[in-house]
Design a protein around this ligand. Structure first.
Ligand SMILES: Cc1cc2nc3c(=O)[nH]c(=O)nc-3n(C[C@H](O)[C@H](O)[C@H](O)COP(=O)(O)OP(=O)(O)OC[C@H]3O[C@@H](n4cnc5c(N)ncnc54)[C@H](O)[C@@H]3O)c2cc1C
Length: 402
């Protein structure tokens, strides 16, 4: 039973609100990424790295992670408050998303004490950026078919193959990597192992990939006789599938343990109200059109119910029978909703919806267009919407396999 008083929590909230109000710089004079998948320039990277470091130093990131590994050792309630205040201040996103939300919780959960001591603090402070080497050019959804090879040679492992869509691959110091260590295993899952692999070694090369928006944010990663130390292996050889599945639980929001901070700035239906005042229909503000008003109210209701649904996912008695149910449906619904929301904001603009970032006549500097094109990312990364539906159908609803 928690002994934290309401006063302690409300004092903490006031302190956090004051700190974020004073320290948040949402407009550094260049375009900031809306999500961690859009970090494409050194300027953006350096700014966000410094920002994460500052938030961590102030105690508002990793507040509930164990003290001995660099966290704050506080109750999760404090981190939740800090994250809420961070979001209210509408500040920049946290940069090291894969480290913070997948690798970090995984290492705390399944790693050795040595691994926790080695990696956790660098993740929180943004000293060590992490990336994820799961998808391959021929195997994204079919992760179990990964073909990148790791062969033991003396104390080392030697890597050959290629990974693709490696978010922040060009900035990362470490990669969570799934590789095939036994091509002759009785089934494809049994031949995989999981590595906490260094990235700055000979034979690992990252080539940036340009996205639909013209920005960069991910890379293709090539391994050519790349030699990594023996202790990069996480868990036991041949048990990589188990570790990868646990990682995906973190990625899809099924498991808790997040260190706080937000890594994607969500579009807000209330901001569309402002847009609807500016945009016109038949010479009048679009907001005066009763159909548009109805559509906006509908979007607000959806946004609110998604928020509440995601909170329900943390209420233990509601999810104890099917722990994954609400989190999986939240990921699916929230990402699809965000895509529809941005699409609506563009439709509202009429022909001016065709302008993009940098064009003088674009509403809100083309923010909605950029957010729309980028919003497809979240419906694909971490499992596409189709795959999410399959998982929900099979594992939550108990339907036959697709
Ligand atoms: C912005 C972005 C960032 C990413 N970052 C990373 C990263 O950092 N690290 C990483 O490892 N990966 C990353 N990914 C890759 C992502 O996880 C994969 O794109 C995703 O898993 C889909 O794999 P794929 O692209 O190979 O598509 P495919 O698996 O080839 O699928 C193509 C289409 O077929 C559908 N499909 C496939 N199989 C089935 C099925 N059984 N039933 C129904 N439909 C099916 C899919 O849903 C999809 O619509 C990122 C992707 C994006 C867009």
């Amino acid at each position: 039973m928690s002994t934290i008083s309401e006063k302690e929590l409300s004092d903490y909230r006031s302190d956090a609100a004051a700190w974020f109000a004073e320290n948040t710089n949402a407009d550094p004079g260049f375009m900031l990424p809306l999500t961690f998948m859009e970090v494409g320039t050194d300027q953006q990277f350096n700014f966000l790295r410094e920002w994460q470091h500052k938030v961590y130093e102030a105690g508002y990131l990793g507040a509930a992670w164990p003290k001995e590994y660099g966290g704050g050792g506080l109750d999760q309630k404090f981190q939740t408050i800090a994250t809420e205040e961070m979001a209210k201040a509408n500040g920049p996103i946290m940069l090291n998303a894969i480290g913070l939300n997948w690798a970090g919780p995984l290492i705390l959960d399944m790693g050795t004490d040595e691994e926790r001591k080695r990696y956790i603090k660098g993740i929180l402070s943004a000293e060590d950026i992490w990336c994820q080497g799961f998808s391959e050019p021929e195997n994204g959804s079919d992760l179990g078919n990964a073909q990148t090879k790791a062969v033991r040679d003396g104390d080392d492992w030697v890597l050959n193959g290629s990974k693709i869509w490696t978010t922040q691959g060009n900035y990362a110091k470490y990669m969570i990597l799934l590789a095939r260590t036994n091509p002759d295993a009785p089934n494809k899952y049994a031949g995989l192992s999981f590595f906490l692999s260094p990235m700055q070694v000979d034979g690992i090369e990252t080539v940036p990939i340009r996205k639909l928006t013209g920005e960069y944010g991910f890379t293709q990663t090539f391994f050519t006789e790349a030699r990594i130390p023996g202790d990069s292996l996480m868990g036991k050889e041949g048990e990589g599938w188990l570790v990868a599945m646990r990682t995906l639980e973190y990625e899809r929001g099924v498991k808790g343990g997040q260190p706080g901070g937000y890594v994607m700035r969500a579009s807000d239906p209330f901001e569309i109200v402002e847009l609807a005042r500016k945009a016109t229909r038949g010479g009048k503000p679009a907001l005066e059109d009763p159909v548009i008003k109805d559509q906006l109210i509908q979007l607000m209701i959806e946004a609110r119910s998604l928020q509440l649904n995601s909170k329900r996912g943390h209420i233990q008695p509601l999810v104890q029978d099917k722990p994954a149910s609400l989190a999986l449906s939240s990921k699916l619904m929230a990402t699809e909703f965000m895509r529809r929301l941005n699409e609506f904001a563009i439709t509202l603009q009429g022909q001016r919806g065709a302008y993009y970032v940098g064009e003088p006549d674009a509403y809100d500097e083309g923010l909605w267009q950029r957010a729309y094109l980028n919003s497809f990312s979240a419906t694909i990364g971490g499992g596409t919407s189709q795959i999410q539906r399959n998982i929900i159908g099979e594992h939550v609803l108990g339907l036959p396999k697709s």
